[in-house]
Design a protein around this ligand. Structure first.
Ligand code: PXP
Length: 239
């Protein structure tokens, strides 16, 4: 079974649109999303705090009952300190640069081997599972394993972009990369641009997929269908 971790960044974006305002209430949404059946909550605090703030992460930790996944770039000492303080179930390391609109590539786990190895060890010492965000390339998965990672998160933007053109071609590199991950003992997550249109096929084709983290499309769908229905709709795609 594949778990759904809901990325709640966009709820914070809406809240922040009114400066200091507290509507919608991020913590209530997180609790409700769990009640509606999601198996995890994901946040991606960025240095400019344009959606999730560092304080949000601290406030979420004591109220969450499911898996807490914090994504971000560990080149920022502030990010490392936050994760070590909060001790979530999982940290996902993402190589995004400051001011970037959204994550747009995975790690080069070969070039960054020394840095990743050192950083992953810090988190694992605290008992935090580590997932490394990678493009669908078997050599990047092998690199992640050599750095000591527990999981990889496959960056699914190219799959989503090509799904409606040729879904078999779009999924092929993901199948090959996932097979390599399983072969060398790495667990598999996936995320980016997954939605109600492309999720079921991805989940059917990627054997051993543990978790998808979905934000943008899910929160947009919730504007139409309501959050409770929307979480149910996504869970149904993962059956
Ligand atoms: N995974 C990572 C590493 C991300 O940075 C994001 C976006 O914050 C997601 C998954 C979720 O992507 P989307 O918002 O397109 O569902």
């Amino acid at each position: 079974m594949t778990n759904l971790s809901v990325n709640i960044n966009k709820i914070a974006t809406l809240r922040n649109a009114r400066g200091e305002g507290a509507v919608p209430n991020l913590l209530n949404f997180a609790t409700n999303i769990e009640k509606y059946g999601a198996q995890g909550i994901t946040v991606h605090p960025r240095p400019d705090e344009r959606h999730i703030t560092y304080q949000d992460v601290l406030d979420l930790k004591p109220i969450l009952k499911t898996e807490f996944n914090i994504e971000g770039n560990p080149s920022e000492q502030k990010f490392i300190d936050l994760v070590l303080k909060v001790v979530p179930e999982q940290v996902t390391l993402v190589p995004d640069v400051e001011g970037q609109l959204t994550s747009n590539h995975g790690w080069d786990t070969i070039k960054n081997k020394e840095f990743l190895t050192k950083t992953i060890a810090l988190f694992k010492e605290k008992g935090i599972r580590v997932s490394v965000f990678v493009d669908a390339k078997p050599e990047m998965v092998i690199g992640a394993k050599e750095c000591g990672s527990d999981r990889v998160e496959l960056y699914t933007e190219s799959y989503a972009a090509n799904y409606n053109i040729d879904k078999e071609k779009a999924i092929t590199p993901f199948i090959l990369t996932a097979e390599k991950a399983l072969e060398i003992g790495l667990e598999i997550n996936a995320g980016h641009d997954l939605d109600l249109n492309n999720l079921r096929y991805f989940n059917q084709k990627i054997k051993g997929l543990k978790e998808v983290s979905i934000g943008h499309a899910l929160v947009a769908d919730a504007l139409h269908f309501g959050m409770e229905n929307t979480v149910q709709l996504y869970l149904r795609e993962l059956l």
